[in-house]
Design a binder for this molecule. Structure first.
Ligand code: SF4
Length: 245
């Protein structure tokens, strides 16, 4: 992270130290030796076509995973649980697959950077089957999206610290351009097919009506033109999409 000057660096360092001191002096500080910190796990999970992998900030002695968050203000527990559901249930799936036991809770510890720093623990109950199925379905949707290169912008609060905002805007432009162009190309192709004089074709040797035959040929040309235009537009938007974070 870059700082504008030394004073800003000192200010950030001081704020960080105050938050860490608040954690160490709080009831939420570790009391027992943990299973591990920065615990990397990778496991096959039923229903997922690829291994699930993650790095858990802290796994407590009772197997509860803990994720530390920094926050500018005091979090709303329900909102925090909702926003972090996929992450926490993924940790539970990993711990269950590794240890064969369900952790008693899934925890978030917020280090709140208010003037007097606060440390807030949000304890989320472990997921039952329905929540686990939901998480696996969400992960599958992500896997499908990656496999099919569906990297559309998904604006949210994360955009405020995203390093790809300019690229993201370019992706939108290309995508919108494609969406505008496709109907226009379709209309133009249909118009041409309806108004252009048909090319000369020798008289048929069978009894197929000429008009019907030309209509089929014209429709074939229109369909081919639209397929080519669609392919070009999708290839164009695909290139832009690969830049998304
Ligand atoms: S790529 Fe960045 S700016 Fe674009 S939607 Fe995602 S987080 Fe927001």
């Amino acid at each position: 992270m870059g700082f504008a000057d030394g004073a800003e660096r000192e200010k950030s360092l001081d704020a960080g130290l105050r938050v860490v001191r608040a954690y160490l002096e709080s009831p939420e500080a570790l009391k027992a030796k943990p299973v591990g910190v920065e615990v990397y796990l990778s496991e096959s999970i039923p229903g997922l076509p690829v291994p699930l992998a993650g790095v858990i900030d802290l796994v407590q002695a009772d197997l509860s995973p803990v994720d530390f968050k920094s926050a500018a203000s005091r979090p709303d527990p329900d909102q925090a649980a909702f926003e972090n559901e996929l992450q926490l249930v993924s940790y539970q799936l990993l711990i269950e697959a590794t240890a064969g036991r369900t952790p008693p809770s899934l925890d978030l510890v917020f280090l709140v950077k208010t003037k007097a720093p606060q440390v807030i623990r949000v304890k989320v109950p472990p997921a039952e089957d329905a929540r686990k199925d939901r998480a696996v379905a969400m992960l599958n949707a992500a896997v499908d999206g990656i496999a099919e290169k569906r990297f559309h912008p998904a604006p949210g609060m994360q955009c405020s610290w995203c390093g790809y905002r300019q690229e993201c805007m370019l992706w939108e432009v290309e995508e919108i351009w494609g969406l505008i162009m496709l109907p226009l190309l379709l209309l133009a192709a249909c118009h041409r097919a309806a108004t252009d004089p048909p090319p000369y074709i020798p008289p048929p040797t069978d009894t197929t009506p000429i008009g019907g035959g030309l209509s089929v040929i014209g429709l074939g040309i229109v369909v081919a033109a639209v397929v080519v235009a669609l392919g070009d537009a999708l290839r164009g938007s695909g290139k832009g999409g690969e830049r998304d974070g």
